[in-house]
Design a protein around this ligand. Structure first.
Ligand code: AVI
Length: 346
């Protein structure tokens, strides 16, 4: 009770797989090999990411948790209690990327303690991630306190769906955890603009971004001593072997993460330790008589670019939000000023 789930848009596995295949072929044929980190998040990838957020070296989660711990009440009373909530009408708390809800819980608790009526609407592409979120929310709150409507699908499509369903409700859209950092700055601006175009005047955006800091701190966060981030990156090779019939040998790749000051981002690579050739099956892997038409040559020390995690400054974020048509209302920081949550309105 209180929990429901809707799948938005078409979830066509065959088309998804074809897109993945095309992406991999293009990315590995390119003179500078690159794959997109959007493909990291299969079930195992989401699990490994959850493990990363538990690591002390991965300071992002703890920093943002601290921000919510200190300021969730202030966020609620100053920004999330718009006219509707004061008039006792329900507001939507929409979250892009379900996560495990540990940080969001602090926000929801603050809303409850201020008697704001709301529906919590997490959006995620992974059913497993959503199932885990439901479970953890169910544990964290007493029965019948939370009204949760999970949406499975693409962020912007799900937002369109929800805004159409409740055209008069006011919305708080949370995009936290530095997820926007995995977009290039151009993609980030573009996404913020598209999001704004769907939001109504006075709707609120809560944006969590990681900030620039001593490169050694960032470096440790992206090449942790337990090797979880390494496994997280290598998991994409495993996924390709499983879903696309490639024959990556994980022993021939090493995970490297470096800060690139020119773009202000941590970048991660898989470096090939010896020259070799990778092939990809034409037909479904495992089927008899499959012919191979794609080969990818790897030179020794050649790298596959795997991920960018952009680090911002408060000014860069304000500027980006302003350009995308938002008005910045507040910026919240943790004690070390390593992370920032920005509240802005349309
Ligand atoms: C999901 N995203 C915000 C993480 C990040 O920090 O860029 C993904 C990640 N990559 C390596 N560690 C965590």
């Amino acid at each position: 009770t209180g929990f429901r789930l809707t799948v938005v848009g078409e979830q066509d596995d065959t088309t998804e797989k074809l897109k993945f295949r095309e992406h991999v072929i293009a990315g590995l044929t390119n003179p500078t090999k690159a794959l997109s980190s959007v493909y990291f998040y299969d079930d195992r990838g989401s699990e490994l990411y959850a493990k990363i957020t538990d690591l002390e070296e991965y300071y992002l989660t703890e920093s943002e948790r601290e921000i919510f711990e200190s300021y969730a009440n202030d966020m609620v009373t100053t920004h999330f209690c718009p006219r509707n909530a004061k008039r006792n009408e329900i507001i939507n708390i929409v979250e892009l990327g379900a996560g495990d809800g540990r940080k969001t819980r602090l926000l929801l608790k603050a809303l409850i303690s201020h008697r704001v009526k709301f529906e919590y609407i997490p959006i995620d592409i992974s059913r497993k991630a959503m199932a885990n979120l439901f479970r953890s929310m169910d544990k964290a709150f007493p029965k019948n306190v939370l009204n949760v409507h999970g949406l499975i699908g693409n962020y912007l499509e799900c937002l369109r769906y929800i805004f159409l369903q409740h055209p008069s409700r006011e919305n708080v859209v949370a995009f936290i955890g530095s997820s926007i950092g995995n977009f290039s700055s151009q993609q980030a601006s573009h996404f913020l603009q598209k999001l704004r175009a769907q939001m109504k005047p006075r709707d609120v955006l809560l944006l969590g971004t990681d900030l620039r800091k001593d490169a050694r701190v960032m470096q440790k966060a992206y090449s942790d001593s337990a090797g979880v981030t390494r496994e997280f990156n290598l998991n994409l090779l495993i996924r390709m072997n499983k879903e696309l019939g490639t024959n990556f040998d994980l022993k021939k790749f090493e995970h490297v993460a470096v800060y690139n000051p020119e773009i202000g981002a941590m970048e991660s690579f898989l470096v090939c330790t010896e020259a070799h050739c990778i092939s990809m099956a034409t037909t479904e892997s495992g089927s008899k008589g499959s012919t191979t038409s794609h080969h990818f040559m790897f030179k020794q020390f050649e790298r596959i670019h795997m991920e960018c995690s952009h680090k911002y400054t408060p000014d860069l974020i304000s500027e980006m939000l302003h350009t995308a048509g938002y008005q910045v209302r507040d910026q919240y920081f943790d004690n070390r000023q390593w992370f920032m949550d920005t509240v802005s309105v349309v």
